[in-house]
Write a protein that binds this ligand. Structure first.
Ligand SMILES: Cc1cc2nc3c(=O)[nH]c(=O)nc-3n(C[C@H](O)[C@H](O)[C@H](O)COP(=O)(O)OP(=O)(O)OC[C@H]3O[C@@H](n4cnc5c(N)ncnc54)[C@H](O)[C@@H]3O)c2cc1C
Length: 400
């Protein structure tokens, strides 16, 4: 049975997607107590996926990415403290930079991640995590003729795509054998590689960067140099949890939580989103996601747990990315598998990437699916991944 607990005041730290969605879900669940939202950035809470897409391309102004502005937060009856960075947690009291504090009966940590930097990365090299980062990069793309993208994961791919569409000559340097290898594995990563090159982006895989000569020039381990008008480093992110250093919590790779988002070793502290590492029973380990949909699901679970309602089991992770004119979508585990088979399309046989759907099988069961520009086909497989359907029935569904 879920323990019944009704806090009078919930303090949410981190005014991004996870923080705002948790508050929305708390109110939707009927929670009528006090809520305070503490956010380090001065901006009203905004959504990040458009940063590397519509905003970078100049299609949207920042206002369109706002999740909830002041009046919309007031409607939820939230006390909002923006431009206020949490610097420590003592029990359920959040201490703020500059000396103040906010005490609640429950705390939800949603502080996200910060873009990882490379050793010796000079000032003037760009990263992309925040609205300010996106606006700075967009400004540079207004006049730059060339861009070096270091790291060809999903965000690197989206930036390369946006810059190429804006007429900038893009070179992407990837240390791995293919782009997006962590998300797609080697076989489907080769399809991602084709998206880069077919869009006119120069893609250099196996490129080990040894140092920055300056903010516009990098040196590779083979001694060659690459230079461009601007350099973006897009090599992943690390949880923004340094403020919890003295809280006695397990913050190794994300704040360790149980399967309902309760922080391990703390009372009445929950965590959601990119900063949280929830217990994943199927893997027997804590797992940290950095995906929009996972944040939404976690926020709903935490809100229900706070008000004492039962919590649903988490569905398989779903991720999308907009790259080179198509939606790349994944569900379940797509980084590793015993077998990767074509379900639809001809991309793995050298045909068009668009329309290709691949299945990932482990022990004969479907553990993940990746789709390139085929959303209507992709949607057929989400339930099959959730149920771990066997190879024969999946191939039959694919008409094979
Ligand atoms: C450029 C970009 C594109 C993306 N595109 C996609 C996509 O296409 N598909 C997809 O599935 N996912 C995408 N994502 C991932 C998705 O946006 C994240 O998973 C989601 O934003 C995570 O939500 P969050 O609330 O955990 O963190 P955030 O949204 O990062 O919010 C955390 C907030 O906490 C604040 N904060 C940090 N430390 C403190 C502190 N000490 N005190 C107070 N506040 C603090 C931060 O300033 C920030 O505002 C993208 C992310 C980025 C950056």
């Amino acid at each position: 049975m879920t323990e019944k607990f009704e806090p009078g005041h919930v303090v949410v730290v981190g005014a991004g997607l996870g923080g705002v969605r948790t508050i929305e879900r708390l109110r939707a669940e009927g929670y009528s107590g006090r809520i305070t939202l503490v956010g380090a950035e001065p901006h009203p809470p905004y959504d990040r996926p458009p940063l590397s897409k519509q905003i970078l391309k100049g299609q949207w102004e920042p206002e369109r990415a706002v999740l909830r502005d002041g009046p919309a937060l007031a409607e939820l009856d939230v006390a909002v403290r923006l431009g206020a960075r949490a610097v420590a947690l003592r029990g359920t009291t959040v201490e703020l930079a500059g000396g103040g504090s906010v005490s609640g009966d429950a705390v939800v940590i949603a502080t996200g991640v910060v873009a990882r930097k490379l050793p010796g990365q000079p000032d003037g090299v760009y990263t992309l995590r925040t609205l300010d980062d996106a606006l700075a990069l967009r400004g540079v793309l207004d006049s730059a003729r060339s861009l070096l993208v270091v790291g060809a994961g999903f965000i690197g791919a989206e930036v390369a795509c946006a810059a190429a569409e804006r007429g900038v000559a893009v070179t992407a340097l990837e240390a791995g054998a293919v782009p997006c290898e962590r998300a797609l594995g080697a076989k489907a990563g080769a399809l991602a590689a084709r998206l880069f090159t077919e869009a006119g982006v120069e893609l250099v895989c196996g490129a080990a960067l040894s140092r920055f000569a300056d903010a516009r020039t990098v040196e590779l381990s083979d001694g060659s140099r690459r230079t461009a008008d601007a350099v973006l480093v897009s090599v992943g992110a690390t949880p923004d949890l340094t403020w919890l250093e003295d809280a006695g919590l397990n913050t190794g790779d994300g704040l360790a939580c149980d399967a309902r988002g309760r922080a391990v070793g703390a009372e009445r502290v929950w965590a959601v989103g990119d900063a949280a590492a929830w217990w994943d029973a199927s893997r027997g380990a804590h797992r940290r996601d950095e995906h929009w949909t996972a944040v939404i699901e976690q926020a709903a679970t935490v809100a229900r747990d706070i008000v004492g309602a039962d919590t649903p089991a988490a569905p398989p992770a779903y991720v999308w990315s907009d790259q080179f004119g198509m939606k790349v979508q994944t569900v379940g585990r797509t980084g590793e598998a015993d077998e990767v088979l074509t379900l639809h399309g001809e991309g793995l046989d050298g045909g068009p990437v668009k329309g290709t759907v691949v299945g990932y099988f482990t022990g004969g069961a479907l553990t993940g699916v990746a789709s390139f520009g085929a959303p209507a086909l992709f949607v057929r497989y989400r339930a099959l991944v959730a149920s771990g359907a066997d190879r024969a029935s999946v191939l039959a569904q694919a008409g094979k």
